[in-house]
Ligand binder design. Structure first.
Ligand SMILES: Cc1cc2nc3c(=O)[nH]c(=O)nc-3n(C[C@H](O)[C@H](O)[C@H](O)COP(=O)(O)OP(=O)(O)OC[C@H]3O[C@@H](n4cnc5c(N)ncnc54)[C@H](O)[C@@H]3O)c2cc1C
Length: 343
């Protein structure tokens, strides 16, 4: 009988939450992440005079469990509430959005959160796992350099379902099938750094920080310099496209995408935009799961919560795809799985 040893594939919020739960119970954990930085869909791009959030722009906390965790992040000074001034733009008609929802961001970047959650972990970054091997009930991981990592008694996949499916297919038809049922929508995010601040207007007010966009290719726009801890940066926007528009233009060149999304914003902003100093776009092939309950996967193993999946062969699956596709869901999924495997 081997002592439990855990490998987590994916250093997004779900993988990190799972790792924290496991190490809190005293288990050794190795976390493998294909990118240089952790955070996954919390990613930002850093330019010399601005940082653009490319993925999630904010998050909310609805469950008491996540709210308690959020308090610890507040105490660690890695999050802050934002935006104060939120708008809705309906085909060029700007209205202030009033609701009771508190929204949060990592400060000074979304990835402050992943940095905080990754402290004291055994990390293997720039290490893409390409195959899983099982030898006498023990798991080995093979990376893109052909290196083997192991042995592990349990492997946790905390990556988008379509990517997890490829790794799982040879070993667990139940988990692979569960992944297949989770459809994910794409998202193009454009970013722009301007030479000068946007013209101050009465509507939207000069302090506007973010806007939901209705009609046209855009769905949400944020002013990165208005986010907590970033007031020393130049005027910049993150421009998120709708899933439908992103799907229709998925294979287009990033420069073309950036130009289209910037033009769509210019059409809806009630004053001419300053000259752009830097523009670009990032494609998320798997941005968020479709929140259609008919496509929601059935659990492969009966568990108290349905936001993760396990297979008795020593494989498990967590992430936002197991639930409604937000940061809170990803954290809860990883956290629940880590606790479940520790008992
Ligand atoms: C454009 C956009 C806007 C969003 N807006 C919001 C929002 O407003 N509010 C909100 O709450 N949520 C939002 N989300 C969703 C939120 O970002 C996700 O729900 C959450 O970050 C998912 O976390 P995760 O850990 O499940 O997955 P991910 O963050 O995708 O993490 C998976 C990690 O696994 C790594 N990986 C993948 N394959 C391998 C491999 N083979 N080997 C090693 N590593 C691998 C990836 O590099 C990545 O770091 C948004 C997402 C996007 C893309």
């Amino acid at each position: 009988m081997h002592d439990p040893s855990f490998a987590i594939i994916g250093g997004g919020i779900a993988g990190l939450a799972c790792a924290r739960a496991l190490i809190r119970h005293g288990h050794p954990v190795h976390l493998f992440e294909k990118s240089r930085a952790l955070g996954g869909r919390l990613a930002s791009r850093r330019a010399p005079s601005a940082t653009f959030d490319l993925g999630a722009q904010y998050f909310t906390a609805r469950s008491p469990e996540f709210q308690r965790e959020l308090e610890t992040w507040q105490q660690a000074n890695v999050i802050a509430s934002w935006p104060r001034s939120l708008w809705v733009c309906d085909e060029g008609d700007w209205q202030r959005k009033q609701d009771d929802q508190t929204r949060w961001v990592g400060a000074p970047r979304m990835t402050a959160l992943s940095r905080h959650l990754s402290r004291n972990l055994d990390l293997h970054t720039q290490c893409r796992i390409e195959h899983l091997h099982r030898e006498e009930s023990i798991w080995w991981l093979q990376d893109d350099q052909g290196l083997r990592h192991g042995p592990f008694t349990q492997v946790i996949l905390a990556i988008p379902a379509p990517q997890a499916q490829l790794l799982l297919a040879p070993h667990s038809s139940a988990l692979a099938k569960a992944c297949q049922r989770i459809e994910m929508s794409p998202c193009w995010t454009a970013y722009v750094l301007f030479e000068a601040p946007l013209t101050s207007l009465e509507t939207p007010g000069p302090e506007w920080q973010a806007a939901f966009m209705n009609g046209g290719p855009l769905r949400f726009v944020t002013r990165n310099g208005s986010k907590p801890g970033r007031n020393d940066q130049g005027e910049s926007l993150s421009l998120l496209a709708t899933p439908r528009w992103s799907q229709a233009h998925l294979e287009r060149d990033a420069n073309w995408i950036a130009a289209q999304l910037l033009a769509a914003f210019a059409e809806r902003y009630p004053a001419p935009l300053p000259e752009a100093q830097l523009v670009g776009a990032h494609r998320w092939r798997f941005s968020q799961p479709l929140t259609n309950t008919e496509t929601r996967a059935e659990p492969a193993a009966k568990t108290d919560t349905l936001d993760f999946q396990t297979d008795p062969c020593g494989l498990a699956l967590c992430g936002d795809g197991m639930s409604a596709g937000r940061i809170e869901d990803a954290w809860l999924s990883g956290h629940h799985l880590g606790n479940y495997l520790s008992t």
